[in-house]
Design a protein around this ligand. Structure first.
Ligand code: FAD
Ligand code: NAP
Length: 314
């Protein structure tokens, strides 16, 4: 069977593409998602800017009903990692990690982005043993203890606020003295008694041992002075890298045009340089990196895919 549309990635972009393609009349649509659907927002302790949703809810709460809504209209979810997407003539092939392949007339890719590493000494060694990129997942391990958060964007400040409710103290370490985060979030963080700002400072080394895990972090400020912050937990939130691996071809080139940051170049309809291939959400150029815009991209791409498949087959 050839799929009308293959959706790669099951975050807000992929799920919305799934909803609109199936509800819009495409018969055979499969969403290939390597984990549970929902995407990276499911790691967020709080989302307050999704339209129509009022009150304190987690990213998981927000995303919970989305897969069932899609499945109601016929979307199939296959839990598998896609290794590559290729195209031969008019037909796309989805290559899966189990070695099997599936063909499709159109593809909507929305593989999102992943947390970036900061690059300090010991970060890799202690990753998962005191160094984390997910406060919702790991914050509870540090209940009543002191932790450090690294970064100065929305994610770092929001997650620092979350951790401040669980932990006795949060050191917010940022390399500058101004933030990228929304003004309201900065204000809330500054008004939180147990958040200490350690500014103009970068992490130099995390240390600890095999049994105790992380015991501390050494930071260095812009004047070259070092400070030891003794914490068992370090949360890093320094941005994300685009997940574009599925578009890399056997010869190392990309299936479609990309910019120099590895983001997919799309037009206003989410169409890439390859007919029938659409890119959505965090992985595309000029992405606002929001759940609402990723969902919007998914809807736009789905409507385009429906028209494309209709013209191709009729
Ligand atoms: P993602 O959500 O990244 O989903 C991509 C999906 O693709 C993932 O489920 C992944 O498993 C899957 N995938 C990747 N590669 C493969 C593969 N090879 N094969 C199969 N599946 C694959 N936005 C807001 O609007 N408001 C907020 O308050 C907010 N808070 C945030 C807090 C945190 C901690 C983080 C990390 C992000 C936050 N964001 C927020 C940003 C928001 O989560 C993203 O912009 C949004 O999730 C992007 O959606 P997406 O569908 O493009 O990608
Ligand atoms: P971000 O906005 O790119 O911020 C990354 C932060 O990490 C910056 O403060 C940066 O410092 C710092 N940083 C980067 N590399 C570093 C390094 N090697 N060492 C030390 N510090 C480093 O990333 P983000 O906060 O994850 O947000 C990503 C996107 O998602 C943004 O568009 C954001 O608006 C969005 N988002 C939105 C919400 C929301 O709407 N509520 C919530 C979360 C995320 P500099 O500032 O000095 O560059």
């Amino acid at each position: 069977m050839i799929l009308d549309c293959a959706i790669v990635g099951g975050g807000p972009a992929g799920l919305t593409a799934g909803l609109y393609t199936t509800r819009g009349g495409l018969e055979n649509v499969t969403m290939f998602e390597k984990g549970m659907p929902g995407g990276q927002i499911t790691n967020s302790s709080e989302i307050e800017n999704y339209p129509g949703v009022i009150g304190e809810i987690t990213g998981m709460d927000l995303m919970m009903p989305w897969p069932a809504q899609c499945q109601k209209f016929g979307l199939v979810h296959e839990m598998v990692s896609v290794t590559r997407i290729t195209k031969d003539g008019d037909l796309f092939t989805i290559h899966k990690e189990d070695g099997k392949t599936v063909d499709a007339h159109s593809v909507i890719v929305g593989t999102g982005s992943s947390p970036r590493r900061v690059g300090f000494s010991g970060e890799d060694e202690f990753f998962g043993k005191g160094v984390s990129t997910c406060a919702t997942c790991d914050g509870f391990f540090y209940k009543g203890k002191e932790v450090a958060v690294i970064g100065g964007g929305d994610t770092a400040l929001e997650e620092a606020l979350y951790l401040a409710k669980i932990c006795s103290k949060v050191y917010l370490i940022h390399r500058r003295d101004t933030f990228r985060s929304a003004p309201n979030t900065i204000k809330r963080a500054k008004n939180t008694e147990n958040i200490e700002f350690v500014l103009n400072s970068t992490p130099d080394e995390v240390y600890g041992d095999e049994t105790a895990g992380v015991t501390g972090l050494r930071v260095i400020n812009k004047d070259g002075e070092t400070r030891d912050i003794e914490v068992p937990g370090i949360f890093t939130f320094v941005g994300n890298d685009v997940n574009n691996e599925t578009l890399i071809q056997e010869d190392g080139s990309f299936l479609c045009d990309m910019n120099d940051q590895g983001q997919v170049i799309v037009n206003i309809s989410m169409a890439t340089s390859v007919p029938g291939l659409y890119a959505t959400g965090d992985m595309r150029i000029a992405a606002p990196k929001q759940v609402v815009s990723a969902a919007g991209d998914g809807a736009v791409a789905a409507l385009q895919a429906i028209a494309y498949v209709d013209e191709l087959l009729n």
